[in-house]
Design a protein around this ligand. Sequence first.
Ligand code: GDP
Length: 458
Amino acid sequence: MNDTIAAIASGMTASGIGIIRISGPEAFHVLGKIFRTKKAADVEKMKSHTIHYGWITEEGGTSPVDECLVMVMRGPRTYTTEDTVEINCHGGPYVMRRILKLVLASGARSAEPGEFTKRAFLGGRIDLTEAEAVMDIIKARSDDALKSSLAQLSGSVRKIVTHVRSEIMDELAYIEAALDDPEHMDLTGYPEELDQRLDTICGEIGKLLRTFDEGKLIREGILTVILGKPNAGKSSLLNALTGVDRAIVTDIEGTTRDILEEQVELNGITLRVIDTAGIRNARDEIEQIGIGRAREYADRADLILAVFDAARPLDSNDREILSLIRDRKALILLNKSDLPQVLTEEDLTGSCGVPVIKISARELTGMDELAGTIRDMFFKGSLQMNEEAILTNVRHKTALDRTVKSLTYVRQSIQSGMPEDFYSIDLMDAYAALGEILGEDVGDDLVNTIFSKFCMGK
Ligand code: GDP
């Protein structure tokens, strides 16, 4: 960790500003070789956390490469905890690459993906959950995903894990001490007390674990399938949700043959919407495949949006869909409510007990009610509390599951009257599993795998 790294931190498309980031002991020195200010200021003497206007030039030469603002920051109060320089240049891919090349020629090494954040972790500024939150923020596609990632970055998961872990450590220390000094420390009654405390701890972890399903939906989006007979308005609904004319909308029955998946943000919730071919007994082979897949997706979906045409009477296709959504997480959308109504809410609710929402995919009405209903169905309002820890990471979940398992073994040992030193082994396992979440005592392999998924320059 003692060399100096550099990378382009902004996107590689033409944009207003491009950022080249340098971190490590030689960061100021590297900059000094290629940065000129009007007053020929000495880079090495610049005050920490200041911004300077000037030119990036060829090393030693006067030939200018770009006009820049440069931020200089001395460690440890920086992102990586090391000396850091950020060159804000014009955001053209060519000019950014040109400057990076100069930086590399002046003594820095090209950073690996995520290496800046890895240094923040290795430097002890953040733990592994907070490092992972950084990437989640970058990948966030909705308000809720952003909020939960920000909470994690502020230590929401770390705080709970650290707290539980220190309680386990207290027990371990107590048992150890008592076994070492049986004359002065009596363990009578201790197993029962420990059992009580472990019950509380398991409860705390259980509470966090229960947020995982919601967390996953926040992070990945709700897998949503739109079902409906041909011409009910499935493509129109998808277009209304995405706001873009992506799906082909026509009056010819059965034109939506391919399955399209679209990311939709609906009032802060992310839906991964799969638009499928109309459900009906088609003879056409291509259509058949589409329908087969529609059914398959309906089985896997988190949410089914069943679209019905309010201007046409209920037919056998509609009835088939109604039977398909019975007892599922589904919503009935009574579409084309702008037209004279042939089909009513009563025609639909009675048969399957699924809520009905009147919409018009053409006039874009009913969309807020749709969003609100989905939110109530999946999130129970718990997302309003920004500070609350929400588990979104499978790695954390797996480790917490292991913790609970180990603690359950301890409780079983207590119940079957095993000697105290038996508790220690499983308590140690629980302690280690929690440490893994924070990134303590984890192998290089795991750390490298996590950071390799980061983007360049982060
Ligand atoms: P799909 O086969 O279920 O995908 O149906 P489409 O989205 O292709 O819609 C079929 C036809 O119904 C098209 O002519 C749409 O313009 C029309 N349509 C869809 N939604 C509405 C609506 O809310 N109101 C009205 N009046 N027409 C609609």
